[in-house]
Design a protein around this ligand. Sequence first.
Ligand code: UDP
Length: 468
Amino acid sequence: MDASKFHIVIFPFMSQGHTIPLLDLSKALSRRGLKITIITTPSNALSIKPYVSQHSNIHLREIPFPKTQGLPEGCENMSQTSSPDHLLSFLNATKLLREPFEATLKEMCRHGDPPPTCVISDSFLGWTNASCHSLGVPRLVFNGMGVFAMAVKKALSIHQTHKGATHDGDIVDVQGVELSFHLLRRDLPRSLRVSDSGISEFFLEAERSDLGSFGVIANSFVELEKDHVLPLESLYGNGTRTFCVGPLFLYDLMEGDQNEIGHNGPNPSFKWAEWLNSRVKGKSVVYVSFGSQAHLRDEQLDELAYGLELSGEDYIWVVRTKTWRNPTNVVSGGTKGLIVREWVDQKLVLALWAVGGFLSHCGWNSVLESLASGVPILGWPMQAEQHLNAKYLVEELKAGIGLESGSAQDGKVVGREEISRGVKELMRGERGRKAREKAIELGRIAKRAVQVGGSSYKCLNEFIQSIG
Ligand code: UDP
């Protein structure tokens, strides 16, 4: 393969959960000698630069973020939206990136050295498929989700069979996707259950506009979701291929430039690292975090605080809500629990010896990161496709357990007793023990997948050959 012939243009959606895996992919491709150009907006470029700075093959091209009403000043990333009301304004603003994106791509087609071989763009930027098509550049879709969730969403957006299920407990018939368990209406993303907002329309439009893409890049590994790869390809049509090349963050650990885990250990100046390292018993701490987007009301945070205390387990809990005050009289940083108010390096936390369970919203990155470290999950899905991820994790992979009520769908508060029971089961119960065994097994498979000769490693090579 002559790597100098390749120029891959990457256009991530502006949120951490979507951008970081694409940066990991960029670095994995750059290590194979391919030229990469990442298109993004100015403030996102600032946070991307340090992440890729050691790679001279990776270039950044900035396009302006559109000025839009209804968003806080300077907001260019979904994590900077301070309320769920901003979501639609943010999503709609990203559609206005079309003109500058097309102008940039056109310019690269004329003067690029070499011109773009393909574009990999986020599924939320579905309109890029038409842009690439008009310029004759193959477009591959990247989706922050797993293959199972992608297939379910794609099938329902095409066949609309979920409309036959009207109550939350009704079984949904997912045409084209075989399931070993029942999928209920309550497991679907809100955008498929409720069609009263522009958000549902946005996602439906995005799902439809990327049909017929040249390929799908999936942050997953074949062994994890093999039954859903072919169905997903059939749903896309036109010979679209799915390349399962993940977990993408593992390439850095195996090949790369961020090799902190297992060598020098975490930076001891972080209080959380010091606290975790001071635990005497391995696998004894439950890590609690709900990703970069979820907004929990104070009432829910209160119940969680009491629930964690009631469980009697040690915990480290990342709280994003700046204004929330802990109503329990427990002092954070004592022997039992630590509340962290800043961003932690989650992959590192999960890889530490002390951590034995994860109370998670089941964002796909969190699921992959937990499994790769052999840590079982207590699933508390909140939004987007997280209910699908949780269901798959619990029912199919059996590497996690669920909350008794399933979740906090549509604002329902989960009580302290339920939280406490779930945490105890995860850390000490029989179902928790079995889930841990399964997670450890999947973690081994995940690491093998990205090594030379592994399934994801091969798929990454097949992807490169397919566009060459
Ligand atoms: N994350 C992190 N530190 C935090 C919170 C989140 O490193 O304090 C990372 C986490 O490791 C994951 C991403 O942010 O890679 C969150 O992605 P996920 O898909 O789990 O959830 P989302 O934020 O998209 O809801």
